[in-house]
Write a protein that binds this ligand. Structure first.
Ligand code: HAM
Length: 425
């Protein structure tokens, strides 16, 4: 038997319904907030991610699926979508039409992380990116949008964690202060942090190793080093969120795992998924468009982790899978032929229809109809055909109606639309 690849998942029909609900809710809301869909390739040049996410991040150092083409060009299965959206914004000159672009995209991402609950090597994100807007209103609105989305799906127990990562004007001073502390604490830091200390000190704040966390308990906070502009921006975002009564927690350790962020960074966290506590994350990346060769345009975005969100929803309530409106149970070849035609016609009319063409016994077919939760069963035997009428049985009330074969589809349609009208046979 060939098994699936480690860290890659099958999403079975009883979960897929919840996935569809998540995606439809997100798309509806994003469109109401003025976002348009963009569909992007899953394969990009490796350099795109090295230059945007940052060469010294876990994602780029350890987690990318990168391989050479026959010409030696390095390609990567996208580990996230922001870099690709920015690439398209620049390459397709979307900014020339209007620098303000609000784009969303849904799809799979790939990271070679150690698989565990809530962490997969292929996982799905719902991404939203807004370009060309500097105002703190858009920061607050992105968080408001996320919060509304989770409220619409009735996901409880979430917290908005927020921080400001400053800008190229104020961050160096913070980095200096942090590097000073890291030098003092170097004997308590893990090997990864010692490496990060020189190349990318902010990443150390993200380390989950307990000894590193303890050593950095008194680490300086970026929000104490913000320049005047960044400070004003951050305070306005917080005050807008307060006015909308969105509960948030300022987390001075929130640095996110990608290097492109400036100013506002945020995560929506849950305590119900163990170590994988972020169901969404995002922030501003005002320098990225320019760094990738585009015009100087600010941007902000977020990504929702659909796998984790669906897991949270299923923990709460496992919705019943879809059930057939009608199950056709034919006996004999002639009845099967009729059942075939009726099942096609009813499905085309929008009724979820299931028919058994395997010439089974009525008992076996009724058992299956019951098992799959069919609401009504249309029983078609040779006798019924001879009499010109078949039986429609309501599986819940056990009431039976006699339906003339002439114009059967129309009769059934009427009855399925108004099941209360079914007469006892
Ligand atoms: P991220 O924090 O790396 O941000 O990922 C966003 C979300 O994707 C996480 O909060 C989590 O729910 C989900 N996720 C990440 N890795 C995995 C995994 N291995 N298995 C399951 N779920 C996972 C980004 O990717 C940024 N591009 C977000 C962004 C958009 N920032 C600005 N715009």
């Amino acid at each position: 038997m060939i098994q699936r690849v480690k860290g890659f998942r099958d999403i079975l029909p009883d979960e897929a319904e919840t996935w569809r609900q998540v995606e439809n809710t997100a798309v509806g809301l994003l469109q109401d907030f003025g976002f348009s869909e963009i569909r992007l390739p899953v394969l990009e040049k490796a350099e795109l991610f090295q230059r945007s996410i940052g060469a010294h991040t876990d994602i780029v150092e350890k987690e990318m699926y990168t391989f050479p083409t026959s010409k030696g060009e390095m390609l990567t299965l996208r580990p996230e979508a922001t870099a690709s959206v920015v690439r398209a914004y620049i390459e397709q000159k979307l900014y020339a039409k209007d620098p303000v672009q609000k784009l969303y995209t849904l799809g799979p991402m790939f990271r070679r992380e150690r698989p565990q609950k809530g962490r997969y090597r292929q996982f799905y994100q719902i991404n939203a990116e807004a370009f060309g807007m500097e105002s703190p209103c858009i920061d607050a609105q992105m968080i408001f949008l996320l919060w509304t989305f989770f409220e619409k799906l009735s996901v409880p127990g979430l917290t908005v964690c927020i921080n400001s990562l400053g800008c190229p004007a104020c961050r160096p001073r913070f980095k200096e202060a942090l590097t000073g502390l890291l030098a003092e604490k170097s004997k308590d830091l893990c090997a990864d942090c010692l490496r990060r200390r020189d190349k990318n000190p902010l990443r150390v704040l993200d380390c989950k190793v307990p000894s590193c966390r303890a050593a950095l308990a008194d680490a300086p906070a970026m929000i104490d080093y913000l320049c005047e502009d960044c400070d004003r921006h951050f305070k306005t975002v917080l005050s807008l969120l307060e006015k909308q009564t969105i509960p948030f927690r300022i987390d001075p350790r929130l640095v996110r795992g990608l290097d492109y962020y400036t100013r506002t960074a945020f995560e929506i966290q849950t305590e119900q998924l163990g170590a994988q506590n972020a169901v969404a994350g995002g922030g501003r990346y005002d320098g990225l468009v320019e760094a990738l060769g585009g015009p100087k345009q600010p941007a902000i975005g977020f990504a929702i982790g659909a796998d984790r969100l669906v897991e949270l929803m299923l923990q709460q309530r496992r919705p019943p899978g879809p059930v057939p409106d009608v199950f056709i149970a034919p006996m004999g070849d002639q009845a099967i032929e009729k059942a075939y035609a009726w099942s096609c016609a009813l499905a085309v009319l929008g009724f979820r229809t299931e028919a058994d063409f395997e010439n089974k016994s009525l008992k076996a077919m009724m058992k299956r109809a019951d098992r799959i939760g069919a609401l009504q069963v249309l029983i078609v035997g040779e006798e019924e055909l001879a009499e010109g009428a078949v039986i429609l049985r309501n599986m819940k009330t056990k009431q039976q109606a006699s339906i003339p074969i002439n114009g059967l589809v129309d009769h059934v349609k009427r009855l399925l639309m108004r099941p209360s009208e079914i007469k006892t046979g």
